[in-house]
Design a binder for this molecule. Structure first.
Ligand code: SF4
Length: 472
């Protein structure tokens, strides 16, 4: 495992721009527009990486298209968090072989977290000859030079699986047009939760310079973004990788102090690094959304220990109490894993007790599945599938009731929301988010998109609110 981290020198980034130019020249020789299609799997960090992949593709002369059928260059930007996510990608890769047969010049690339795994690279080398390029998340900055060598030589190219964790400032980026945008502040993770593959595929924590982050935030605000999410696997340890670097609460305050009418939010937090300094920065900065996503994962200290989470249930609850004392209307969401190896009925009951004590607005619930390459995958005392599923159903029943009650408490109230687009599958309806990130659907015209409006809540579902534009 490569624990090295470093910031790329300007020359190295410029070097890739030279390769982007060379690819552009090669493509120009085709005498027609060539298209690139990027398919993104997994987390927000991958969404942000795909913005760089699209930026580099356009810089290299490709036009972007929205389907693999139309493409001359297909990039699957993959997620390695769960085994079935990997199997789905291998299925899709297999399905692309017919396109390659019909279009011999088609370039298919596998990028993202899967590309950093030895066993994946071996499998692609042996079983997927139509995949010409494999580039891990940590080596993403080398995509232009690797693509150039494939186009020039016709030989396949594979990035190192063990590439050092780098910070690559200045690569082209193409964000989705809209009101909400991602702003990565750091990469990698040093926490080594025993069920998680991220530290092995994304490397050690490395924080971007505060000045570079603030410059990105200003550029996003100038481009009209109204809702900026600061991204990192564990944003609370921002700046800890280098002495003298600002810490997360300070960075959050400075982003929130930028001029303009916008909201800043962040994910993902880790309870072992979150605390009063963060909660005060949230409470005292009007532009910081009063939404905290704080994964607890399990309610039993014995399970938390085997997960290597680094905190106890009581410590977690004390954080929740502190946050709520400073922000009484805080929207709290979290992640939970059911069926971790060795989880007893008594352990599980503690998980149920915790969610009933905290009463989350929403909870992301996961059935534990072993992940090759993680310590937990070697643990004995596996919880049988039917027991896991039975516990999962009990947990969902309780959480759905809590979420429905919390969403129902909004009915009759008027909430301020940021309209971010059209409501899916509802003609004439718009979708919007409260400061706390709650989904609100109401009838309205396109002129409202990108604006803050008042909505009178008339109804709710377990996870969302419905309403009408409030009278002025
Ligand atoms: S904090 Fe834990 S779960 Fe989150 S990315 Fe790091 S190792 Fe994975």
């Amino acid at each position: 495992m490569n624990n090295k981290v470093r910031e790329l020198a300007r020359e190295e980034v410029n070097g890739q721009y030279i390769y982007m130019e060379r690819v552009r020249e090669l493509l120009a020789a085709a005498g027609k527009t060539l298209y690139c299609y990027v398919e993104t799997y997994g987390c927000q960090q991958n969404e942000a990486d795909s913005e760089i992949i699209r930026g580099m593709a356009v810089e290299m002369g490709y036009a972007l298209c929205d389907s693999a059928d139309k493409a001359d260059f297909i990039v699957l930007n993959t997620c390695a968090v769960r085994e079935n996510a990997e199997n789905r990608v291998f299925g899709n890769l297999g399905a692309l072989s017919h396109l390659k047969r019909n279009k011999p010049d088609l370039i298919i690339a596998l990028c993202g977290c899967m590309a950093a795994e030895e066993h994946v690279q071996e499998k692609v080398k042996k079983s997927f000859p139509h995949v010409a390029l494999v580039v891990s998340s940590n080596a993403l900055w080398q995509l232009p030079s690797l693509l150039y060598s494939v186009l020039l030589t016709g030989r396949r190219a594979f990035s190192e699986t063990d590439a050092a964790g780098v910070i690559a400032e200045g690569l082209p980026k193409l964000r989705d047009r809209g009101v909400k945008g991602w702003l990565p502040i750091m990469y990698g993770c040093n926490n080594f939760c025993t069920y998680c593959i991220v530290p092995y595929v994304r490397g050690r924590e490395r924080s971007r310079k505060k000045e570079d982050i603030l410059a990105d935030a200003r550029a996003m605000l100038e481009e009209g973004y109204k809702d900026i999410t600061l991204l990192g696997q564990n944003v609370n340890s921002y700046g800890k990788d280098e002495t003298g670097k600002a810490r997360f609460p300070e960075l959050l305050r400075e982003v929130a102090a930028l001029p303009g009418d916008f909201r800043v939010r962040f994910m993902t937090s880790h309870p072992k690094d979150a605390g009063e300094e963060l909660f005060s920065a949230m409470a005292e900065s009007p532009k910081v959304a009063k939404h905290l996503h704080l994964p607890f994962q399990a309610g039993s200290d014995a399970v938390l220990k085997r997960m290597n989470r680094g905190y106890t249930a009581e410590h977690y609850l004390s954080l929740v109490r502190k946050a709520r004392s400073l922000m009484p209307n805080l929207v709290l969401t979290s992640d939970v894993i059911v069926g971790f190896p060795g989880e007893t009925e008594e352990d599980f009951q503690k998980t149920l007790d915790l969610i009933q004590e905290v009463r989350y607005d929403a909870l992301f619930t996961f059935l534990y599945s072993p992940r090759k390459g993680t310590p937990a995958a070697k643990m004995e005392d596996v919880v049988p599938e039917e027991v896991k599923k039975e516990r999962f159903a009990r947990l969902l029943e309780i959480q759905n009731r809590i979420s429905a009650e919390i969403h129902q408490s909004y009915v009759g109230k008027t909430v301020q929301v940021l309209v971010d687009g059209h409501a899916e599958g509802k003609e004439g309806y718009l979708s919007a988010r409260t400061d706390g990130g709650r989904l609100v659907v109401f009838p309205g015209g396109d002129e409202l998109i990108g604006r803050w409006v008042g909505v009178e809540v008339t109804d709710n579902t377990t996870w969302s609110l419905a309403g009408r534009l409030a009278a002025k």
